[in-house]
Design a protein around this ligand. Structure first.
Ligand code: ADP
Ligand code: TRP
Length: 325
């Protein structure tokens, strides 16, 4: 059984972009992979300075993983854990940083993007990809499912593993990254990449009324109702297609309505609203149940930590021996 590792930062409420780009893949893979899925809480220190907020967001990501369908109860090979429960990743990150040429970090685009968005230009943010490489390499995964924006980090991971192995022998396994077959970057309500930090995201767990209001706010052009419209150019359609699937008859049907005169963008938004309620009906129900059962979430984390700790300890020991510690 192939091993998979991935994680998400607890830097705010998860949104349908995270779901479509990352979490849906995790859920699909758990039937026939060993899954290590964690919450990247150390990484979130690059952006969050409020301890209570970090604790709350961390817990929320775990609850949302479970609500979206990761299920250690029916898939004993699915392990969900917190990054701070395997603190050896910071030790591995240090070892990797000592074989990492500085120019490799200078090339990384996410640092520049995040600083441009207003995040503090800290050394932690600068070396963020090294910690990510340590997360990945710490469990010897075969595959790392991520959204498109994480590809560079996965390439840096392979590069660092290779450099370490060249110096010290075969310590780290080089993992492959995996994008969803139909991977796209999901746009937010303003048409830019949907992101927690852009304030343009759609939270699938919102109450119905505010959710509908949010969807009605999606930016569209001003083509009048009685003129045909181009579905490809419309954010509402792009989100619809990402959730329903390219080959789903509902997607073809909505595209058809765009191309004929008579459909207003309000109608398309209503169709998206209904799709979201339908698509996330189980997740919404499960999330409410999980919020009322904190003991279960604690148990998931305890079991996940035990599984991750066993694997990470083995890899860390291998690296320590190789470097002479
Ligand atoms: P955000 O930009 O909201 O802070 P993260 O950077 O924490 O999101 O991303 C977590 C995961 O979700 C990553 O694997 C990322 O590729 C995926 N992801 C985030 N936003 C999108 C999006 N708009 N479309 C597709 N995937 C996304
Ligand atoms: N950088 C990832 C993000 O912003 C989060 C992350 C940290 C991660 N470590 C990882 C993703 C390891 C995959 C594998 O979403």
């Amino acid at each position: 059984m192939k091993r998979v590792l991935s994680g998400i930062q607890p830097s705010g409420q998860l949104h349908i972009g995270n779901y479509a780009g990352a979490i849906r893949q995790f859920v699909d893979m758990q039937a026939n992979h060993e899954m290590f899925v964690f919450v990247a809480s150390y990484h979130a220190l690059t952006s969050t300075r409020d301890a209570d907020e970090l604790r709350r967001n961390t817990r929320q990501v775990v609850t949302d993983y479970l609500a979206f369908g990761l299920d250690p109860a029916t898939h004993p090979n699915t392990h969900i854990y917190l990054q701070q429960d395997v603190p050896q990743v910071t030790e591995l990150a240090w070892m990797l940083s000592c074989v990492c040429p500085k120019h490799l970090m200078d090339k990384a685009t996410s640092y520049k993007d995040k600083v441009a968005r207003g995040l503090p230009a800290s050394v932690g943010l600068y070396t963020y990809p090294i910690l990510q490489a340590a997360d990945i390499l710490s469990v010897d995964p075969d595959l790392v499912p991520v959204g498109k924006d994480q590809v560079q980090h996965c390439e840096i991971t392979r590069d660092l593993a290779q450099k370490f192995n060249n110096a010290y022998g075969e310590v780290f396994k080089l993992p492959e990254y995996k994008l969803r077959g139909d991977a796209e970057v999901l746009p937010g309500i303003d048409g830019q990449k949907m992101s927690k930090s852009y304030g343009n995201d759609i939270d699938p767990f919102m109450d119905e009324k505010p959710l509908r209001k949010r969807i009605m706010k999606i930016k569209t052009d001003s083509t009048p109702v009685d003129e045909p419209k181009d579905p490809e150019a419309c954010t509402v359609f792009q989100i619809f297609r990402a959730l329903a699937g390219r080959d789903d008859p509902r997607t073809a049907e909505l595209a058809e309505r765009y191309r004929k005169p008579g459909m207003g963008y309000g109608d398309a938004k209503q169709a998206l609203y209904e799709l979201i309620l339908d698509h996330f009906a189980d997740a919404r129900k499960r999330r409410t149940e999980l919020m009322n059962d904190p003991g279960y979430v604690d148990k998931v984390l305890k079991d996940g930590a035990a599984a991750a700790q066993a694997k990470v300890a083995e890899v860390t020991q291998r690296a320590r021996l190789a470097v002479g510690l």
